[in-house]
Each structure stands twice: as C-alpha cells, then as structure tokens.
Ligand binder design. Structure first.
Ligand code: B12
Length: 460
C-alpha cells in the first residue's frame, strides 16, 4: 500500500508530489538505510496547501516504492497535477514514472538536475508526457501560481514545449528572504519527526538557510539556488518551529541540513539564544566547515556543547592537498585536525565526507584520501565516522564544465549505472565512466573495504 502523506480525503486531489526513488524498488526491495525527508517537496506542499489546494506527498525513496505502485496510486487518486523532483541519479526512474502517467495529468518537474539542464530535461520529459512544465530553481511560489491557473507565459523561471517548440520565461521567483515563511507541515513526511535509530531520541530535520558562499567545483548546491546568495531563516522562526515540534511530537533533537549551518559564531549564538528564550532545550547536529571551525575559541566550543551540540558533519573531500586545491575546497589538513580535535576532545561526534575518483586524481592521491579517513577514524576513538563517495559529475558544476571542455558529451556524463560496482551500488547510483587514474570498479571495491573496516572498528 502506498501512503499519500498529508492528503485530505474529503476533497478532490489537486497535486501529488513524488520524491523520486533511487531505483525501482518494485524490482528489488530497498535496503534498510536512513533517508532524510525531502524538505524541498515539503515546502512546495506547504505553500500549495496554504493556498487552499489538496496536496499529498509520496516519499517513494523513504518508503521503498516501485514505479508501478507509484503510478497505480496516482491513477487511483486522479490528481490534476503530479510533481516529481529530478536529481541527476534519479532522472531515469523519474522518466519511467512520467511515461506511465495518465495523459490528462499536468506534470510538474524541478530540483537540481532540472535546474541545471532545463531545456534538455523538459524535452526528454515532454517526449514521454506531453503536458509537462519544468521549474528552474526554487519553486514554491511558481508551482502555486501554475496550480492557481496563471498563464505560463507570465510566470518567471519556467519552461515547457508546445507546438512552437521550446518555450521559457525569464527571471525567477526565488525567495529573496526567508522571513515570514510558513513552517513545513510535517504531516507530508513519512519519517519526520522520527526516532533516531542510533541514539533513540526523537529527531527532526530543518533547513535553516539556503545557499552557500563557497564555490566547490563538484557541488551542484549553488546551482539549485541560482547563485550562491545565502539567505537565512530568522533565528526566532527556527526556534519557534523547534519549540512547536517539541510540544507536538516531543522532539528532543534537531539535525540542521543547511549547506552550511555553522557559518559563523554570531549565527549559531542567535539560534541557541532564541531557543533558550523559548525554553526549548535540544541536542543538535549541524553542517560545518573546517576552515571556519578551526578559528573558533575554546570558549565558543564549550558554549556549543553546553547548548546541546552532538555531531558536526564536515566536508573533507580529499586527503591530497593538490586535489583539495583543484576542487576549491579552501580547507587545509591542519584546519581539519584542529577542528576534529576540538570537537572530539569535547565528546562531540564528527561525520566526515570524502570523495574519490575526482577527475585527474592519481592513484597516490586516492590512497592519501583513504589514509586520511583511516587516521581520523582511529584518532577519534569511535567519535569520528567517514563516508567516502565515488565522484559523479553533476550538471552546472565546474567539474562538469571542465569535463565537457575536455571532450566528454553531456549524454556520456549522464550515463550512470546502478549495478556492477560493488556493495555501494545497492543504495546509490554510480558513475559509469572513469575520470581518475583508478577505475570506478577499483574505487568501489576500496570504498567497500573501507566501510567494512570502519564498521569493525566502530563495533570493537
Ligand atoms: C538535504 C539534501 C539531501 C537529503 C534530502 C533530499 C531531498 N529529496 O530533499 C538527502 C540526504 C536524503 C539527500 C539525498 C540525495 N541527494 Co541531496 N542534497 C541535499 C541538500 C544538501 C539540500 C537540499 C535541500 O533541502 N535544500 C533546501 C530546499 C528548500 O531546496 P531544494 O530541495 O532544492 O528544493 C527547491 C527546488 O530545488 C525546487 N524543487 C525541489 N523539488 C522539486 C520538485 C518539483 C516538482 C518542482 C517543481 C520543484 C522542486 O523547489 C524547492 C523549493 O524551493 C542539497 C544541496 C543543495 N543546496 O541543494 C543536496 C543535493 C540536492 N543532493 C544531491 C544528490 C545527488 C542526492 C542523492 C541523489 C545522493 C545519492 N544518494 O546518490 C540523494 C537522492 C535521494 C532522493 N531521492 O531524494 C545533489 C543533486 C545534484 C544533482 N544534479 O542531482 C545536491 C545538489 C548536492 C550535490 N551533490 O551537489 N539529499
């Protein structure tokens, strides 16, 4: 049975949003792994609901649905609109869903992949489902306008195909400020708030800001927000949302999944102070950066810990200084160690993210990355975990542009396989091509070996 989260049963359905699954889980079931809620879809649903529409969300990734189940549930619901998020690794699954939708439904597509390659994507989807509109960038305002019947020609930042070919409207309805935004209605989510599997507490996830001031060459995040402009939800609004979730669901912990939550001391203090003023005491996990956190004073670390800091996620990306320069990471190994030591000495957990197989990476540089991950893990005494990913080129990024300039075609870069590259292929879609000295097969095997060793280390 497919759950249509947030649906109001007594009214005709206006919009079904689908969080596109990574694979067709009807063919082989999803493995058990934690998935965060699709916050972007949640905010679109909340805006549309506040405008009076009957909206629901099928979180096919979290709930492990197959393509046929999704299509059947949509057919039975008879909505006017279906919205699907298109990320580069989920694009082919989304196309299969689109192909099978009843033709009278107006298909709305958006998110990172659609934003970076709008014309190519809207052409692909319109071929399999004629009535398709693509939204570039942030779409909560534009989707509500289209649903309310606004003429497509006057809604900025969208595109479609008609009898005259490719049509697009200039401009964007991106929010200039995150002030006065509604809190996401959590009843659209399958798993938020939820009981955290590791710690046993009730956790919610929040995006407290949009955008990132950094320009890492592999990251498609800044394309999503069309530029890198950082906008912050006022600290009081974040605290009010958390306090409300605490009162309603007994939330004890928050995971901030902003691109960069710990952006500076002032921002963190403003959120903690606002929470204190609300009387809300919580544990929190956040995203941070070693170049910023290495400069924090011991007093500020103590302050964050006293206010519930539990885990920080930092991008390290590579153990090679040259590769970190190539990808514009702007983080030194000294800053990484300073940050990890400051956190672990206070018993704060650290989640490190690394990438192998970046274009131009030598075998020696790959082994430097595994070596750094292993040293961090051993140093952390169980407090440090590292996730190592295989590089995938994303449209709109500088790495993508460099690969295109060196002769790869868009279609080649978009080829991704779901099998044949070891254990990780079960829960991620990997690149089919080799951009570094070592092949994806070899790199995947190295990642599997690392994961096995890390699991043993953390158990013992
Ligand atoms: C939090 C996060 C996650 C969470 C939640 C994912 C989710 N479905 O929302 C988790 C950890 C689960 C996740 C998983 C993955 N993620 Co992620 N994720 C992010 C992150 C850091 C923030 C996203 C966010 O919530 N932003 C805030 C909200 C408000 O913005 P938004 O989600 O972009 O949504 C707005 C617009 O994009 C648009 N929009 C979004 N969906 C839709 C749908 C329709 C119909 C329309 C019209 C518009 C629209 O309107 C929204 C509101 O303004 C971004 C980085 C970034 N800055 O974008 C990466 C990012 C989106 N993720 C990325 C990727 C690749 C993945 C994975 C495929 C990784 C993997 N496992 O292989 C999976 C996909 C799983 C899935 N099916 O969802 C890439 C996408 C690049 C690309 N071209 O595909 C990004 C950009 C990071 C990167 N590597 O550069 N991710």
């Amino acid at each position: 049975m497919v759950f249509l989260r947030g649906l109001s049963n007594n009214k005709p359905v206006d919009l079904v949003l689908v969080n596109c699954p990574m694979r067709d889980y009807g063919l082989s079931p999803k493995d058990e792994y934690e998935v965060l809620p699709p916050l972007g879809l949640g905010i679109i649903a909340t805006y549309a609901q506040q405008a009076g529409f009957n909206v629901c969300l099928i979180d096919a990734e979290s709930e492990g649905y197959g393509i046929n189940e999704i299509v059947k549930a949509i057919g039975e619901t008879q909505p006017r609109f279906v919205g699907i998020n298109i990320l580069t690794p989920t694009r082919m699954v989304a196309l299969e869903i689109a192909k099978k939708l009843p033709s009278h439904i107006h298909l709305l597509i958006g998110a990172a992949h659609a934003t970076a390659l709008p014309e190519k994507t809207v052409r692909e989807f319109s071929k399999v489902h004629k009535e398709t509109t693509l939204f570039v960038g942030e779409a909560e305002v534009a989707v509500t306008k289209i649903m309310a019947g606004h003429d497509r020609r006057f809604v900025p930042g969208i595109c479609w195909i008609d009898h005259n070919g490719y049509q697009f409207t200039v401009g964007s309805l991106q929010l200039n400020s995150l002030e006065n935004m509604p809190a996401i209605n959590r009843s659209f989510f399958a798993n938020d708030p939820c009981v955290d599997g590791k710690n046993g507490w009730i956790e919610t996830r929040i995006i407290g800001s949009r955008g990132c001031p950094y320009t890492c060459t592999y990251c498609a995040g800044s394309r999503t927000t069309i530029g890198t402009k950082v906008r912050r939800t006022p600290a009081e609004d974040i605290a009010a949302e958390i306090a409300a979730l605490q009162a309603l669901h007994g939330v004890e912990a928050v995971r901030f999944v902003d691109d960069l939550m710990i952006i500076d001391e002032k921002r963190v203090r403003s959120i903690m102070d606002a929470l204190k003023a609300m009387g809300a005491s919580i544990k929190w996990d956040a995203t941070g950066r070693a170049n910023i956190m290495a400069k924090f004073s011991p007093e500020f670390y103590d302050y964050m810990v006293a206010n519930g800091l539990h885990e920080v996620a930092i991008g390290i990306e590579s153990g090679s200084t040259r590769m970190r320069d190539v990808i514009h990471k702007q983080v030194t190994e000294t800053e990484i160690w300073t940050t990890v030591k400051a956190l672990t000495s206070r018993k704060v957990k650290v989640k490190c993210y690394l990438i192998v197989g970046i274009p131009g990476e030598t075998a020696e540089e790959t082994s430097q990355t595994f070596d750094l991950a292993r040293r961090l893990m051993e140093f952390g005494d169980g407090l440090v975990r590292a996730s190592i990913f295989l590089f995938r080129p994303y449209p709109g990024t500088e790495e993508w542009n460099k690969l295109i300039a060196s002769g790869w075609t868009e279609d080649e870069l978009l080829e991704m396989g779901a099998s044949g590259h070891g254990e990780r292929a079960k829960h991620t879609v990997v690149t089919s091509h080799q951009y570094a000295e070592l092949s994806p097969e070899v790199l995947s095997q190295m990642i599997d070996d690392y994961n096995r060793d890390q699991a043993l280390f953390l158990k013992g």
